[in-house]
Write a protein that binds this ligand. Structure first.
Ligand SMILES: Cc1ncc(COP(=O)(O)O)c(C=O)c1O
Length: 476
């Protein structure tokens, strides 16, 4: 099996100051946490005991005992004559489960990803699309920009938000994430700097760095974007592009105000940095009121990414790019290096949903509202010492724990049948061990049950001795 070797230097940095009383136990605990939360990936080759002992300034016996305990606990495997490898009991699938893949074990409540089942109305749109596709069958079916009906419907969606948009400014993609990869291939090459929010939805940094760009983290604080600090970061970085999620940022849930958008746009314009704005959750305002204007209203060079995944269904695998006309040819060229377009049938279903899907959107928001309220009131009742901001929309609660033990809490919660993601998964440049993200994606009764299990897991973990994580917390 091909595996990545973790250098002793990197491992020492990840471990930080582990508990040394006794050292073998502290080291095994710290290594186990790194495996659980994915920072030591499944299959990664660990340094030899001798090398590890030197790098950490511990005895060889300590390193040997720590590895032995790690193997005994199932977080590593020793291969005779080859070395020690990080391991998760369920292998790679489980590693992916933590971010995106649904968990199907009976009785488990999977809150590992912020994505819902399809709301009513999706099946009808898919069925009707089969008829709509008939006239297309006489052609070759390749639409690298998108099927014209859908480009028009997306352009109309932007017009309804006050942004004049022509259909030929739209490129349909297999989701917003894929849109991000296309944009980066068109805009940024090796060594270019790209600003990214920290914390971030974990697949974004991967998509952004795919073209070789260097990521510059812009930290969000507990109130969201600090425009003074952000302006300084933008000025210093002189980045090619800045990736922002102003609408119910994932994972923090923050919504950027109009004034912040205006200031942010001005800072980017001054620095010559192109805004790439991910609107994946734009249609998920759950409280009364209105959404602020789109970021592109403040910066005409903005490239906007949209998604059908959150308001309709992730299984449609559709999103879009809206860009200034002058960039579209470059974007089409970049996308052709990745794929040649998305299925006609699915695009026709989405065109129907965008034009006639008001009821679907209303139903989706109504159930999310009910689920959010059930989650937040259960958290207030059963976990009153957690700090939970009430987000006006989106899909998740970003919860701050009184102590930085999120990875251990999540492992303990999983043993009790509820999967949630620790803050470290979203950290671009820090550990965020004081945070967990809980998406309100299941019906109210399940959300309440999930909180009861989390409260039980919290009782089991909240008083555990702090290891190396304590001094390394980054506030989101
Ligand atoms: C900010 C953000 N961007 C993109 C995505 C992925 O969207 P899509 O399914 O359209 O690729 C997500 C999913 O959670 C997200 O939160």
């Amino acid at each position: 099996m091909a595996s990545t070797a973790v250098s002793p230097h990197r491992l020492a940095a990840l471990l930080g100051d582990f508990d040394r009383e006794p050292a073998y136990l502290g080291l095994a605990n710290a290594l186990g946490l790194l495996v659980i939360d994915g920072r030591l990936p499944h299959g990664a080759k660990l340094p030899s005991e001798r090398v590890l002992a030197t790098a950490l300034d511990v005895s060889r016996t300590t390193a040997t005992r720590a590895y032995a305990l790690l193997c005994e606990r199932g977080y590593a495997r020793a291969r005779h004559g080859s070395g020690t490898y990080a391991r998760l009991a369920d292998g790679r699938n489980r590693v992916r489960d933590r971010v995106l893949m649904p968990r199907l074990d009976a009785g488990h409540i999977d809150l590992g990803s912020a994505a819902t089942s399809a709301p009513p109305g999706i099946a009808a749109a898919l069925t009707a699309a089969a008829q709509d596709a008939v006239p297309y069958l006489g052609g070759h079916g390749y639409f690298p920009g998108g099927v014209p009906e859908l480009q028009q419907a997306i352009a109309a969606h932007f017009e309804s938000r006050g942004l004049a948009t022509r259909p030929d400014q739209i490129l349909v993609t297999p989701g917003a994430l894929s849109g991000a990869a296309v944009v980066m291939h068109a805009l940024a090459g090796p060594g270019d700097r790209v600003l990214v929010e920290d914390p971030a939805y974990p697949n974004i940094p991967r998509a952004l760095s795919g073209s070789g760009a260097r990521l510059v983290p812009n930290p969000l604080d507990s109130d969201g974007w600090d425009l003074e600090a952000t302006t300084a970061v933008v000025r210093r970085a002189r980045a090619r592009a800045a990736y922002l999620v102003p609408d119910f940022q994932n994972p923090t849930g923050h919504l950027m105000t109009s004034e912040q958008r205006e200031r942010y746009a001005a800072a980017l314009a001054d620095a010559g940095t192109i805004p790439v704005v991910d609107e994946a959750a734009q249609q998920l305002l759950l409280d009364d009121g209105e959404m602020p204007p789109p970021f592109a209203a403040f910066h005409p060079q903005t490239i906007t990414l949209g998604s059908a995944s959150k308001i309709y269904w992730g299984g449609l695998r559709l999103g879009w790019i809206r860009a200034p006309r002058s960039l579209i040819d470059d974007l089409v060229r970049a996308r052709i290096g990745l794929d040649l377009g998305t299925p006609v049938l699915d695009q026709l279903a989405l065109a129907r949903l965008l034009t006639d899907g008001g009821d679907v959107r209303t139903a989706q928001r109504a159930r999310l509202r009910e689920q959010r309220d059930a989650l937040l009131s259960a958290l207030a009742q059963h976990l009153p010492d957690w700090r939970v901001r009430r987000a006006a929309g989106g899909l998740s609660a970003w919860c701050e724990l009184p102590r930085p033990v999120a990875s251990a809490l999540c492992a303990s919660a999983e043993a009790r049948g509820v999967v949630v993601a620790p803050g470290s998964i979203f950290a671009v440049n820090g550990r965020l061990e004081s945070f967990v993200r809980i998406p309100w994606i299941r019906p109210p009764a399940e959300m309440r049950e999930a909180v009861l299990r989390l409260a039980d897991a919290w009782l089991a973990t909240r008083d555990q001795p702090l290891g190396h994580e304590q001094r390394r917390v980054t506030v989101a």
